[in-house]
Ligand binder design. Structure first.
Ligand SMILES: Cc1cc2nc3c(=O)[nH]c(=O)nc-3n(C[C@H](O)[C@H](O)[C@H](O)COP(=O)(O)OP(=O)(O)OC[C@H]3O[C@@H](n4cnc5c(N)ncnc54)[C@H](O)[C@@H]3O)c2cc1C
Length: 379
């Protein structure tokens, strides 16, 4: 029976709860706002399935990618985080009669997995959402579609994909999986509180949100809610995410790094674009695509997008999300302890952001001002 005594050993993927034949495991939220499995010992039949499917206990083996590409889709650049590779893959699966699973914002901006069998369903999945998504019954639904002979494209974090694979066992014939170089997932409970704090401050409901607004720049992207847009480092939720403060405990021990992927394809921001693929270096976005399997290779070469082969080293350069996990920040425990009692959550969060030196802040503001002027002149 699964018992979580050390939270850093549970990634919250739901594989154990879904696989349990006695349905004795439920996911419960902890004080930091992350979901963990809790098993009822009175219902447990001792089959050990929960431990067999756990991707933290049974992670994928490391392997070198079959191929690495710099890629992008001109059609999908604006609404996607990196090079718009995901919507191209999703479109191809849907046009082939398949179903796509990906993360969306629900009406209250909670992040959760949803499925799409029509092209319109892909739109809300585009764009990175920096909070751990609620999978609901996604694993069971994928299993059912595959059993019915449907093609399925599942996109998610590396741990979600590894958990899904372990849960499905051999039922993976029609399955294609896409994960991404993952910096780590912030607390969904913190995100939901933050949205409420933003709404309380602006005095109304937030209608639209983007963690990766690149209308000004891909490299210096903005966090936007309705018509308020700030460079990501100036938003406290985003600043704490990139400073690793709000990540799930298991992210600091992530075993799905450096090629230990269960997916067919791994997508990433190609931050090294200037050297790796200079033709894409126009600050509108570019992706690195790590092709992990022959299935992934067939899919990625069947879609229409610009791509060029690059070396893994070139694609991973400047990208902290691919190799080593983040270190636990010194003030992480203190941060989460005070979140519940903070009377002004936004001010409280700002208090934990490590500010850059003044000269760097001035340099950034001047650079942004000049870049805005340049874009206006070009238009
Ligand atoms: C939490 C998180 C951390 C990341 N860390 C890094 C990193 O360190 N380095 C890096 O290069 N890239 C990172 N990425 C990935 C990157 O931001 C892009 O999502 C990726 O390159 C795909 O870009 P795209 O333009 O092809 O996809 P888009 O069209 O933008 O589609 C986004 C895809 O991501 C999925 N997705 C979005 N949010 C979530 C979520 N919360 N949980 C599960 N799936 C989600 C969607 O289902 C969709 O498939 C991260 C993404 C997330 C969500």
């Amino acid at each position: 029976m699964i018992r979580i005594s050390d939270k850093s050993l549970c990634c919250g993927c739901t594989a154990c709860a879904t696989a349990c034949p006695a349905q004795c495991i439920v996911m419960r939220r902890d004080r930091e706002g992350f979901d963990y499995p809790v098993a009822n010992p009175d219902l447990c039949i001792g089959c050990g399935k929960c431990e067999k499917v756990c991707p933290m206990l049974n992670p994928p083996a490391a392997s070198a990618p079959v191929e690495v590409l710099a890629a992008r889709s001109g059609e999908h650049l604006a609404g996607s985080s990196s090079g718009g590779v995901f919507p191209e893959l999703a479109k191809s699966v849907i046009e082939d009669g398949g179903v796509v699973f990906g993360a969306v914002f629900e009406s209250d901006h909670k992040v959760a997995h949803a499925e799409a069998s029509e092209l319109s369903g892909i739109e809300p999945m585009r764009g990175s959402k920096y909070a751990q998504s609620d999978l609901y019954s996604a694993f069971e639904d994928v299993n059912q579609y595959l059993t019915d002979g449907k093609k399925v494209l599942f996109t998610g974090t590396p741990c979600q994909v590894a958990g899904l694979n372990n849960y499905l066992g051999s039922n993976t014939e029609g399955l294609m999986t896409v994960d991404f170089a993952c910096h780590g997932v912030p607390s969904p409970g913190l995100w939901e509180k933050y949205v409420k704090a933003l709404e309380a401050r602006s005095g109304g409901r937030i209608r639209s949100l983007s963690f990766r607004d690149k209308s000004r720049s891909w490299r210096h992207y903005c966090f936007r809610h309705d018509d308020v847009s700030v460079e990501y480092v100036d938003d406290p939720y985003m600043a704490l995410f990139v400073q690793d403060m709000s990540l799930r405990p298991s992210c600091y021990k992530c075993p799905f790094r450096a090629g230990r992927k269960a997916s067919d394809l791994t997508l990433a921001d190609l931050w090294s674009v200037a050297e790796a693929a200079p033709a894409f270096n126009d600050d509108r976005g570019a992706s690195a695509v790590f092709v992990n399997t022959a299935k992934g290779k067939a899919l990625v070469h069947s879609v229409s997008m610009q791509s060029v082969a690059v070396s893994s080293e070139a694609a991973m350069r400047d990208n902290g999300g691919y190799s080593d996990p983040a270190a636990v920040p010194e003030r992480r425990e203190e941060f989460f302890k005070g979140v519940h009692s903070a009377s002004d959550l936004i001010a409280y969060m700002k208090g934990f952001v490590v500010r850059r030196p003044l000269h760097q802040r001035i340099y950034r503001k001047v650079r942004r001002f000049l870049s805005d002027i340049k874009k206006r002149i070009v238009r």
